[in-house]
Design a protein. Structure first.
Length: 422
């Protein structure tokens, strides 16, 4: 497994992740294009065809000409949303509901689902005529320190119980399968074991056809990345699967099928920090325990855990917490791509966190850095990974702005992409 992972990070994923200009360009694009367009798109989901409600939700004052154009855009967006919902219902009926459909029909339905979701997500582009307006990047919710203390105060000094897996894991449902480019693919579904989420967790599984008892990696994605809802994304799973590995790609809380109406994917992770951040990480760690248990039941092959960006930090926290888990739930390996050493660095000082966080709103609610650190410190690794260093693969640049902010001298990048390191 180690050699496979090293070849993976030495390939196109590793090259793209370490382009020296990518970090600054990405933050600029997120700030001025993706986040404001996403907020407009999410508000449209709540407003439906009501342009006045849409403007009220965003605090916009538009002229009559813009309002007429907005009416047309809301109608087009609603049409795409309705189509995506219809296809999703048909997909659920076939893949999880037992409705009869042959292999070719299932493959066609999955292609239609992916296209419909992509088209609906891509409706963000319809709102580009409003990007010069004063559009908020996120929907700010007032999170009071007292509310966070009531939930997480007792765990500040002893957070072990927050991450402890259930003795009896939730039942995992497996969908019908499809075959694409030499891989067998299907989905897993189960109720999140973390009560504060309590929603349905989805994971897409990729298996190399013909492989006997392959090694498995449970792979997490980055913030705002919805791999099962967009076309044309860099497909790490396909690369790993082509090397003989089973890949289990799990959807993070508040992303993809777990996105809440009126919010875009990943918005609540940082916008509602520290509450949203804590729920995201705690839920993700406990959900990974369920997936590791499922992987162990499939055969004797080793099980690694990993991810990129947000998913890498979730993986790191998982292998930290698994010191206290039964031996069967402890991962055998770890792969991390562009992660921070401590999640609190990304959640407080990262460029994305600073884009999301309204200092005025936080101060009005009584927050300061010390209070934020008190609760987000629950996520800090304290003992290190459960596995030895030779089973860990990491790909890193230097001082990524999205994660650690400009105080880490973002201009100092290596002259060539770094090698995978243990």
């Amino acid at each position: 497994m180690e050699n496979v992972i090293r070849r993976f990070v030495a390939g196109p994923v590793g090259v793209v992740a370490t382009w020296r200009w990518l970090d600054r360009l990405a933050v600029t694009a997120l700030k001025h294009l993706f986040f404001p367009a996403s907020r407009l798109w999410a508000s449209a989901e709540v407003a439906e065809l009501d342009s006045k409600l849409f403007c009220a939700d965003l605090g916009l004052q538009l002229g009559s000409r813009q309002m007429r154009r907005l009416d047309m855009v809301l109608a087009r967006t609603a049409k795409r949303r309705a189509r995506a919902q219809r296809v999703d219902e048909a997909w659920e009926a076939v893949f999880f509901g037992g409705r009869e459909a042959g292999p070719a029909a299932r493959a066609d339905l999955e292609a239609e689902r992916k296209q419909a979701r992509h088209d609906y997500n891509n409706a963000r582009a319809l709102f580009r005529f409003l990007l010069l307006e004063d559009v908020p990047l996120v929907k700010q919710r007032r999170v009071e320190p007292a509310d966070v203390e009531a939930v997480f105060g007792p765990a500040v000094n002893d957070p072990v119980a927050l991450f402890r897996p259930d003795r009896v894991p939730p039942e995992v449902s497996r969908s019908q399968t499809i075959e694409i480019a030499g891989t067998r693919q299907y989905w897993l579904r189960f109720r999140s074991p973390y009560p504060r989420l309590g929603d349905q967790v989805y994971a897409r599984v990729y298996e190399p056809i013909g492989a006997s008892d392959p090694p498995t990696v449970v792979l997490g994605h980055g913030i705002c990345v919805e791999f099962d809802h967009w076309k044309g994304l860099l497909d790490e799973a396909a690369v790993l699967c082509s090397q003989g590995m089973r890949v289990v790609r799990c959807e993070a809380p508040y992303h993809g099928r777990r996105r809440q109406v009126g919010y875009y994917g990943g918005e609540r992770v940082i916008a509602d920090s520290p509450l949203g951040s804590l729920d995201t990480f705690i839920g993700a760690v406990r959900e990974r325990a369920v997936l590791i248990d499922w992987c162990r039941r499939q055969g004797a092959g080793p099980v690694a855990i990993g991810g990129s960006s947000l998913g890498a930090m979730m993986a790191l926290l998982t292998v930290e917490c698994s010191h206290d888990w039964p031996a069967a739930l402890r991962p055998d390996g770890l792969i991390m791509i562009t992660q921070c050493e401590r999640p609190i660095e990304a959640l407080l000082d990262g460029s994305i966190a600073k884009l999301f966080r309204s200092e005025e709103t936080k101060r009005a609610a009584g927050w300061n850095d010390a209070l934020l650190q008190r609760y987000l410190g629950i996520l800090d690794p304290k003992r290190g990974p459960v596995m030895p260093a030779e089973r860990i693969v990491s790909i890193l640049g230097q001082y990524p702005r999205w994660a650690t902010g400009p105080r880490r001298r973002p201009g100092r990048w290596p002259s060539s992409p770094p090698r995978a390191s243990a």
